[in-house]
Design a protein around this ligand. Structure first.
Ligand code: 6GU
Length: 224
């Protein structure tokens, strides 16, 4: 998979992709992440990327020209499955969207900044709009990192234990059960006996029950 991220703050996106699982995915050649600085595409003599809003009002609007030129260049090089605009008024992101996007080959993520992009960018280029929740971020960059992470970890071969993405919270609409590692007794706080029993049927039952209990308590909305 190839992910192209368009931003006016490329520095914000360097670090997330150079660690841990995402770094390993890149090293294994399973994903390429390309960060593009929208400012590099500005034909304005001051390399401006934003301007005042027509009709008046506070806040700057990202101009169409540099974004359009960047997207046109990318589109001339390969076919994109989705061109996604990161915006608080988009569809709220969830695991099923992550699953769907992980099947694609080429994605563009456009990060909004300031008041957002000129509406014509959305009309002409954007095929999908995503929000990561009902709160406002300073820009779409952290949201783009969130969705890229959730997609990349689903690509076959990225996780060590191939089944481990399948047992994630949300993957079957349930939260994960509690987990423990050594020691079995920490200052009198003990690991549940069943997990030490070696009885795999009992262990599976315990985990299912606990996953259900936790979901009912914390996220009853997932059970509907
Ligand atoms: Cl995608 N962008 C911004 N700026 N704020 C958000 C968001 C995106 N999702 C939730 N809040």
């Amino acid at each position: 998979m190839r992910i192209d991220i368009l931003t006016v703050v490329p520095d914000l996106l360097q670090s997330p992709f150079n660690h841990s699982i995402l770094q390993r995915a890149k090293d294994k050649g399973l994903v390429e992440v390309h960060i593009h600085n929208i400012r590099d595409y500005s034909t304005d003599k001051h390399k401006n990327v934003d301007d005042y809003q027509y009709g008046g009002g506070a806040g700057m609007v990202m101009s169409i020209q540099p974004i359009a030129d960047c997207i046109e260049k990318l589109k001339s090089e390969r076919k994109y499955d989705e061109i996604i605009y990161m915006t608080p008024d988009g569809d709220v992101f969830d695991q099923s969207t992550a699953n769907n996007l992980s099947r694609f080959k080429n994605l563009i993520l456009l990060c909004g900044h300031y008041k957002g992009v000129d509406e014509r960018v959305r009309q002409l280029y954007i095929t999908k709009e995503i929000s990561i929740g009902s709160y406002v971020l300073s820009g779409g960059e952290l949201a783009a990192a969130v969705i890229a992470d959730s997609i990349i970890r689903l690509l076959p071969g990225v996780l060590n234990d191939e089944t481990s993405a399948l047992t994630d919270s949300f993957q079957d609409d349930l939260l994960s059960p509690p987990i423990y590692t050594r020691p079995a007794d920490y200052k009198g706080h003990k690991v549940p006996e069943v997990l030490l029993s070696g009885n795999f049927k009992k262990i599976e039952e315990y985990r299912e029950e606990e996953a259900y209990r936790r979901t009912k308590e914390r996220r009853p909305d997932l059970l509907k």
